[in-house]
Design a protein around this ligand. Structure first.
Ligand SMILES: [Mg+2]
Length: 175
């Protein structure tokens, strides 16, 4: 039960992922959630660590694509300021956005990695599309009512998985 929600890795933050690690696991592009994975709602410009991480990925020619359930108008400004491309209305946890990314990047699912802070959408969606996943800690706790219900479910599923799979621990790198 719940194995479809199990991330491949758990990292403290997205910026711990390096081009060297990605190369070793055969990943050529990173797909990522936006809210609470890359940026906090109250800091749309992103932290210094994030800006530096994006620069690193650019230098290594590893595309970073934001996969968001939000509509284009909401994410475009934020994402373009970070210099990233995006897929809006991705309909996570369904496969739609992931399949679209695969096609647009011209890469196979084995060459992609999905990073997100939510098991129920980010991780479940990528698992369904056969893409390896990294769960990161949410940047801030948010109080939006729909997110709060999600968080409760998240905790329930995560507690179950942690009991079931002892390897589910927060780590500093992918290797
Ligand atoms: Mg999120």
């Amino acid at each position: 039960m719940f194995s479809m929600f199990k991330p491949t890795w758990m990292l403290e933050a997205v910026y711990l992922i390096t081009p060297e690690q990605l190369k070793k696991i055969g990943v050529k592009a990173v797909l990522t959630d936006l809210d609470n994975t890359l940026i906090a709602w109250n800091d749309p410009d992103g932290s210094a660590e994030l800006i530096n991480w994006i620069k690193q990925m650019k230098e290594a020619e590893i595309p970073v694509v934001v996969i968001s359930n939000n509509k284009e108008s909401r994410i475009e400004r934020v994402v373009s300021r970070l210099g990233l491309t995006f897929i809006s209305r991705a309909m996570k946890p369904f496969k739609r956005g992931f399949k679209k990314a695969e096609k647009e990047l011209g890469l196979s699912k084995e060459e992609l990695l999905m990073v997100g802070d939510q098991l129920l959408t980010d991780i479940r969606g990528a698992n369904g599309a056969g893409i390896r996943t990294v769960l990161v800690k949410p940047i801030v706790e948010t109080d939006a009512w729909n997110t709060r219900i999600n968080r409760w479910l998240e905790r329930f599923v995560k507690n179950y998985l942690v009991k079931q799979y002892p390897e589910m621990k927060w780590r500093q790198n992918l290797l």
